[in-house]
Design a protein around this ligand. Structure first.
Ligand SMILES: [Zn+2]
Length: 320
């Protein structure tokens, strides 16, 4: 493609040397529809060369991409998957916030607002969203689809563990904010359940990632930014930090005596840090999925969509 190094000025070349835009192409600068102009021309409204718009808007890989069978379903799936996960995560913050108020405000152990049903509903939404992503179009390798299906199946243990920790084990207690004299009665079980939760969640992220990459690959801009790698890996790394916190908690339990004091805040610190980072990362995943919606809804513009070689140029005057 000689678009970039084509030096000739618009209009001065014979029309036979030019490609004409036969499809709709909004100017990259002002949005004016450049249809009917030659790629040698400039935008009549703002003067930006048509070639600049082509470079900005056209995806050279567009022709390789398969058509998404149900674009609306896939777009909705993406948003439900990420937003559902975010809401479930925010619900745990609501619980901890209520605990903090109870612990420092001197109130009882009661939580004025039981957010767990909302969190569970959000998880179901997230899992259904993931289900819509298992096979967005034909031609996807079976192992990527199976990986996504496995991730969807893992929502069942995830929802159970979520309920187990937040609704059952935390019932009538204040985890993290409790004084040493009133430890969580089922601290060990809770820590194990939390580790299992992080493990299952990590596997879900790993399982969904190949499909996320399939969708990201549909956009030239997102491909360049390697969007999925940043936010999904950031989520995994944050989960790892919370798991270190829970492991520290296990070690604390195994240790007794004076060592305990020096060690006792590391777990809460790591869990808190990992949770904050995870929340930030999941906000990033939500932002990425919203960015992917237009990519999923519309097939990217390929050169073949807007250019056809004029039939009246058989002389091969174009530069090779
Ligand atoms: Zn323009």
């Amino acid at each position: 493609m000689q678009l970039a190094d084509e030096r000739s000025h618009g209009g001065t070349l014979p029309a036979s040397a030019a490609f004409d835009l036969t499809g709709d192409l909004p100017c990259a600068s002002c949005g004016y529809n450049l249809r009917g102009l030659s790629i040698m021309h400039e935008c009549p409204e703002c003067g930006v060369p048509v070639r600049a718009t082509l470079l900005a808007r056209v995806d050279p890989k567009a022709t390789e991409l398969r058509r998404i069978t149900r674009p609306r379903l896939v777009a909705a799936g993406l948003v439900c998957w990420s937003v559902g996960g975010l809401v479930a995560l925010l619900v745990t913050w609501v619980m901890r916030l209520q605990d903090a108020v109870a612990a420092f405000g001197g109130g009882g152990f009661g939580r004025p607002f039981d957010a767990v049903p909302l969190g569970l509903a959000a998880l179901v939404l997230s899992g259904l969203g993931a289900l819509a992503l298992v096979r967005p179009h034909a031609g996807i390798p079976a192992r990527k689809t199976w990986s996504a299906i496995l991730a969807v199946a893992l929502y069942v243990p995830l929802a159970y563990l979520y309920w187990l920790v937040l609704a059952r084990l935390d019932q009538g207690t204040v985890p993290y904010f409790a004084t040493p004299t009133t430890p969580h009665p089922e601290e060990m079980v809770r820590t194990m359940a939390r580790l299992a939760t992080a493990l299952v969640l990590g596997l879900i992220i790993l399982g969904m990632r190949p499909m996320a990459r399939v969708l990201v690959a549909r956009s030239a801009v997102l491909r360049r930014r390697a969007v999925d790698r940043q936010t999904l890996y950031a989520s995994l790394a944050s989960l790892g930090i919370t798991m270190l916190g829970d492991l520290a908690s296990l070690i604390e339990h195994a240790l007794h005596g004076p060592v305990l004091d020096a060690f006792s805040d590391i777990d809460v610190f790591l869990i808190g840090l990992g949770s904050v980072l995870l929340t930030v990362a999941v906000f990033g995943v939500v932002a990425d999925s919203i960015r992917l919606v237009p990519v999923v809804m519309h097939r990217p513009l390929g050169l073949a969509d807007i250019l056809t070689e004029p039939a009246r140029s058989p002389d091969g005057e174009r530069a090779a």
